[in-house]
Design a protein around this ligand. Sequence first.
Ligand code: GLP
Length: 241
Amino acid sequence: MELKIYKDYEQLSANAANEIADLLKQKPGAVICLASGDTPKLTYQLFAEKVINENIDISNCTFIGLDEWVGIPPENEGSCQYFFRKYLFEPLQVTPGQTYLFNALSSSFEEECKKMDETILAKGGIDLMMVGIGMNGHIGFNEPGVSFDLYSHIVNLDETTVTVGQKYFNSQTALQKGITLGLRHFMESKRAIVLANSAKKAGIIKKALEDEISNHVPATIIRTHAQGVVMIDEEAASLLK
Ligand code: GLP
């Protein structure tokens, strides 16, 4: 694993955007799994600008959505699907056939997970998984206590996730379950990147990088990924030894 510390959020986001763009220049048919959330917003904006300015062909790549709030419809602006459409798919004019997102309203989540796992397998695995880190150390909705061996699965959301997750919604929203890619996907992805910015992430970044590797802090798993990179700004790095 490699640790990269950038001066600020802008620098971090510019470098993260370059990671996605460089991969697509080398491998136009890449399979890319991205997260929603506040952290990657500027990354996606800068990535979209690069695609347009540098005329990067993204018509053959695949975008996989990392996770979703179960029961939250796609038109709700707190849903991950809404986020992906607004910050990525619409600015980039990505065609629906290139995107694979969990259906939060599915009648069978078991089927939904199976479908996602089969899609990833059929496409030859994930080339790049770029994720954020939750305040409790989660990756996607791989909450504390999760098995490192899982592919896609349904989870009961951790209390911290339910509380912190309210920031994405316009009004108080009942959040109970999530559907997420698993840490096995994360470990099997050819490159895995965790992004974090701001002082509020300093405590959990310290745990992710300095605590014993265990499912108590799921993000500690990044340290066992040979092609893992942690990209953070100076504020998020401020508590590191
Ligand atoms: C959320 C999402 C994750 C996201 C993480 C960090 O709950 N499920 O996909 O990466 O937590 O979010 P943020 O970037 O808003 O801090």
